[in-house]
Design a protein around this ligand. Structure first.
Ligand SMILES: Nc1ncnc2c1ncn2[C@@H]1O[C@H](COP(=O)(O)OP(=O)(O)O)[C@@H](O)[C@H]1O
Ligand SMILES: [Mg+2]
Length: 296
């Protein structure tokens, strides 16, 4: 299975261009959509789940235009919106039952089994009788994840799924996605947190101001930041200077000055040591350059 996004544009009423000519192919596996707030991640996801129409361009799933197969798309897709909320007064399991029925699971017995399975997967089984709106923030998010997965979707689209999750819940979520990625599933997750794009994502894209500025593996993105990350000992004065021109990644007091790490072309006069880049460095490097279509 594959999703092809072609020349996708979205201009909101009022004229704001939220997506600017996105071309992207997404294959099976975990796809991480990374970008700062306002980059257009939610806009793209809402288009993918057919809740919103693009201004121009198209999205194909296995060659079929989603705008012509909306019902079919909605059957295939499990979606967690960024602003996921509960409206009805339901117990956690009842909420999942409702979601399962909406998704077309007609057998009560199948639903029961699946609900228990999902509640266990997201660690909410012991809270199954608690009212959904009385769950903690992290638990609500987990119930949101469960409702997205309940009807065995072949495409999973989760918008900022880790918001409000504590570190343990994040790990559980990551493992859950890894397990799912062993099946023939496309998982697309958006995040503004670099740490969420872990080794579990085999593909990723970087979105900035509606434009796709990178598409590839996380490793390759890191690779591209090689030679652009530096560590140096600087005085207070040098630090003040450097700060104006370079993204500073870390600052540790050292003697009367600072030991800093920064990203960019090293000033030739400066004594600095190369640092092995990580994904965070690479992200800063890319965003700082804002190089359009640098993906080779
Ligand atoms: N319904 C809307 N009407 C007008 N502008 C919108 C609307 N929704 C989002 N935007 C704008 O589009 C841009 C992208 O938003 P969004 O897709 O939510 O980004 P992200 O999910 O990456 O934070 C933002 O500048 C946002 O303010
Ligand atoms: Mg968003």
């Amino acid at each position: 299975m594959k999703i092809e996004i072609k020349k996708l544009n979205k201009v909101y009423p009022g004229g704001y261009k939220a997506l600017d000519g996105i071309d992207l192919t997404i294959n099976e596996g975990i796809f991480g959509l990374l970008g700062p707030n306002g980059a257009g991640k939610s806009t793209l996801m809402r288009i993918l789940v057919t809740l919103m129409q693009p201004t121009s361009g198209e999205v194909l799933i296995d060659g079929r235009d989603i705008s012509k197969h909306r019902r079919k798309v909605r059957e295939m897709v499990g979606y967690l919106p960024q602003d996921f909320r509960f409206f009805a007064k339901l117990r956690s399991w009842e909420f999942l039952d409702y979601a399962a029925r909406l998704a077309g699971m007609n057998s009560k017995k199948d639903r029961r089994e699946r609900i228990d399975e999902m509640l266990t997967s997201v660690g909410l089984y012991e809270f199954r009788n608690r009212m959904a709106n009385k769950l903690s923030g992290g638990m609500k998010r987990r119930l949101g994840i469960a409702q997205a997965l309940i009807a065995y979707p072949s495409i999973i689209i989760v918008d900022e799924p880790t918001t409000g999750l504590d570190p343990e819940e994040r790990i559980r979520f990551r493992n859950l996605m890894s397990d799912l990625s062993r099946t023939e599933t496309i998982i697309i997750l958006s995040t503004h947190i670099v740490g969420d794009i872990s080794s579990t994502c085999n593909q990723m894209a970087l979105l900035n101001e509606g434009a796709l500025i990178y598409h590839g593996t996380p490793d390759l993105l890191v690779e591209k930041a090689k030679g652009y990350v530096w560590r140096a000992e600087v005085s207070q004065e040098e630090y003040e200077h450097l700060k104006e021109d370079y993204p500073i990644i870390s600052t540790i007091p050292s003697g009367t000055g600072w030991e800093i790490q920064f990203v960019g072309e090293k000033p030739s006069s400066m004594k600095a040591h190369r640092v092995e880049p990580n994904l965070e460095h690479a992200y800063v490097h890319y965003m700082d350059n804002n190089l359009n279509h640098w993906n080779l």
